[in-house]
Design a protein around this ligand. Structure first.
Ligand code: SAM
Length: 274
């Protein structure tokens, strides 16, 4: 007899985002593992769910919780893991518990739902086809430098989590290494009353953030231009030059695509911003 470990996503702000299937999984679990029993208790109350048992599993206790959870799974129980917000295992506890359950041969499943990184990416207006999630950058030291260098060279869209206190410094550092004109988006307070998607260059966003940022934020950064490719500012210059000769926007886009080999969609998006 083997139990099932289910990772259940919970809202990142708006309680209306708790899915019916998430409520069902919480209601039918023998054990609900959560980062903060009070916080999850409030969510359960909101959902009208009476959980059989809550157990604290946070970044400090995840390791010690593993044998306890494995025993419960071995007894055939249904164990649910939630985090304070969003999807467990994404910059939240879960990874080690899942690896241990898999290694012990237990079934692991998920009730997917909110995750701030994906919500920010899809609303950013930046390319979504290929992306990299970096989580939180190291706060200081060699690792932070290496991470920033890697982001500067990364061709895919990059998603970062950051604290509101550090976001201005991080944006300024990114502007220094990726170029002041690299496009980026700060997604703030997603799904909440004061949700804001602030779009601009890294330099513009660093200046905006310098006045202080409140709430939770995700930073989405456009990928680096490939070797020989023009960056956004250079393409905008070419578009402006073509338009100043009196051609239509469509003709200007076609000319710049033909001259530079840049993707039409990218040139079109930049032309819309002019
Ligand atoms: N597991 C969560 C998820 O699925 O997104 C992430 C947890 S991580 C500890 C918390 C970080 O997620 C915050 O510092 C912020 O970067 C981001 N975040 C969470 N909720 C957010 C929201 N409503 N708006 C913007 N960013 C959010």
């Amino acid at each position: 007899m083997s139990g099932v470990l289910t990772l259940v996503a919970t809202p990142i702000g708006n309680l209306g985002d708790l899915s019916p299937r998430a409520s069902e999984a919480l209601a039918s679990a023998d054990l609900v593992c959560c980062e903060d029993t009070r916080r999850t208790g409030s969510l359960l109350k909101h959902a009208g769910v009476r959980a059989a048992e809550l157990k604290r599993v946070d970044e400090h206790t995840e390791f010690d919780a593993i044998p306890v959870v494995l025993n419960r799974l071995a007894a055939g129980e249904r164990v649910v893991l939630v985090s304070d917000a969003g999807t467990p295992g994404v910059s939240d506890p879960g990874e080690r518990l899942v690896a241990a359950a898999v290694a012990a041969g237990h079934e692991v499943t998920t009730v997917p739902g909110p995750v701030a990184a994906i919500a920010a990416l899809v609303a950013s207006g930046l390319p979504t086809g290929r992306f990299v999630f970096e989580g939180f950058l190291a706060r200081r030291g060699r690792l932070r430098d290496d991470q920033v260098e890697a982001i500067a060279a990364e061709r895919r869209t990059v998603i970062l989590y950051e604290s509101p206190k550090r976001v201005a410094a991080t944006l300024a550092l990114l502007a220094e290494h990726c170029g002041a004109d690299r496009r980026a988006v700060v997604a703030r307070e997603l799904t909440k009353l004061h949700e804001e998607l602030r779009r601009g260059t890294l330099a513009e966003l660093a200046e905006w953030a310098g006045d202080g940022v409140k709430g939770e934020v995700v930073v989405v950064i456009d990928g680096a231009p490939g070797p020989g490719e023009l960056d956004d500012a250079q393409i905008v210059d070419r578009l402006s030059a073509a338009l100043s000769e009196g051609v239509s926007r469509r003709e200007a886009i076609d000319t710049v695509v033909a001259e530079t080999g840049a993707k039409k969609r990218r040139v079109y998006d930049l032309a819309l911003e002019l």
